[in-house]
Design a protein around this ligand. Structure first.
Ligand SMILES: [Fe+2]
Length: 440
């Protein structure tokens, strides 16, 4: 029962890909061809303090591919709360925000696009070019929505038509300026690579979506160990990046969420002292630090409160903290008169919570022996708990205790059992992490 409740919650977010999949979805196209020769280390700047912006799961769709008509609107309204009606503005606001923050590096950890359309990728790459023209390097890896998607489509009115999705080779060509062509080392099997950020900081971009599905190809492990071993010899600190998670964040729901052969990668990360893994995919802000390497999953940039991570690396260690992308501030600066954009945070929060509310109301309606008012309180509490859980924020359980007591009266524990199982998560703030390396 408990796992069924988990399945409801996370399936809502994670399996939206399935819900959104169009008929005939066929999965990935394997990576082919030999890797191009890397250009070697990027600028080996001396590290004093290094600032990195990381974001994930933007799920961008080119405006050319949607008229925001009936089919598309239904698709995104009854999905997982991504603010797709404003995705162009979110992408533009993020691009401008990055340029004004002027970090030393930007990392995007996959699910760059909504449904993997080539046109969405090329438009996305144009935005990333704008960032690089401002002198800020960008690194990307694909997520499970980016390559070989037969669900890639253009939406018009009540209909859709399929459009091309890149294979791994084309993906790499589109994003060649954003990592692959500037790599310090490239895995000859998957699209994984390393990138030298500073004199003692190496970024390891692990691609678990183009050489194998939800996994690092077994043949890539030799390369992985080699780059980690060389990094240790050079006394480089390593930040690893993956789309799917390195460790289990939710014990009742992890298949397809965690990299299938993650234990092998995690063992190497632990052996060679990788500092941190950055991941995404769940659309949930969640820090898992019970294992050898902290795995910080940043929530989706497309979902309220539109987190991105700001990482500061210094000789003393590393600090990760989230920032909320303010689309309304961006809209005001641009002189927009669109009321939805000017009040974007309210609009986006409501859009996300409505998704939760529909599910919660349906569950409460199915519970027997409760008054209408009690069912309303039960549904409201579910929305509060789920929203806090996905934002990675602690929740004062006293504020939902009465409703949880009602849920606990539902045979089998109902939603109360689920809340009980994530109680520890709800006590913690998952938006912040500090690692001290003790170097000087
Ligand atoms: Fe994903």
């Amino acid at each position: 029962m408990k796992s069924r409740i988990f399945a409801w919650l996370l399936a809502l977010i994670l399996l939206s890909a399935c819900a959104l999949a169009l008929p005939g979805e066929s999965g990935r196209v394997p990576l082919g061809g030999e890797p191009e020769k890397g250009k070697g280390p990027a600028a080996g700047k001396e590290m004093k303090e290094y600032r990195i912006i990381t974001a994930t799961d933007l799920h961008y769709i080119s405006p050319v591919l949607t008229d925001q008509g009936e089919y598309f609107t239904n698709l995104v309204t009854y999905a997982d709360g991504k603010a797709m009606p404003c995705i162009e503005e979110i992408a533009e606001a993020f691009t401008d925000r990055v340029i004004s923050e002027a970090p030393d590096l930007v990392i995007l950890s996959g699910d760059l696009t909504f449904n993997g359309a080539v046109k969405s990728h090329t438009d996305m790459a144009a935005k990333l070019s704008r960032i690089e023209k401002a002198g800020i390097p960008v690194l990307v890896i694909p997520g499970n929505h980016d390559i070989g998607r037969s669900s890639a489509a253009m939406f018009r009115g009540k209909n859709f038509t399929r459009v091309p999705s890149p294979d791994a080779v084309l993906f790499r060509r589109i994003y060649r300026d954003f990592g692959p062509d500037e790599a310090a080392s490239r895995d000859p099997v998957s699209g994984s690579y390393t990138w030298r950020a500073g004199e003692d900081l190496l970024i390891l971009m692990l691609d678990t979506n183009s050489g194998a599905e939800n996994a690092l190809p077994e043949a890539s492990f030799a390369w992985l160990e080699q780059v980690l071993s060389e990094a240790r010899e050079r006394k480089e600190r390593v930040i690893a990046v993956s789309h799917q998670n390195l460790y289990i964040h939710n014990k009742a729901y992890f298949r397809g969420v965690v990299i299938d052969n993650a234990p092998g990668a995690a063992a190497l990360y632990e052996k060679y002292g990788v500092l941190l893994n950055l991941s995404g995919h769940m659309h949930m802000q969640h820090l898992e630090e019970d294992y050898g390497v902290p795995d910080m999953a940043t929530s989706s940039l497309a979902v309220y409160p539109h987190h991105y991570g700001l990482i500061t690396v210094s000789k003393e260690g590393l600090v990760y903290e989230t920032r909320d992308l303010s689309v309304s501030a961006w809209a005001r600066e641009r002189g927009s008169e669109d009321p939805r954009l000017l009040d974007f945070e309210n609009w986006s929060r409501t859009f996300f919570e409505k998704t939760m509310e529909r599910q919660a109301a349906a569950r409460a309606a199915g519970a027997e022996g409760f008054t209408k008012a009690e069912k309303k309180r039960m549904a409201e509490a579910m929305v509060r708990v789920t929203s806090a859980y996905f934002r990675g924020e602690p929740l004062d359980m006293d504020t939902v205790r009465e409703a949880m007591d009602l849920w606990n009266r539902v045979p089998g524990g109902g939603y109360g059992a689920y809340v009980e199982s994530i109680r520890r998560d709800l006590e913690k703030d998952h938006r912040h992490l500090e690692i001290r390396t003790g170097r000087d």
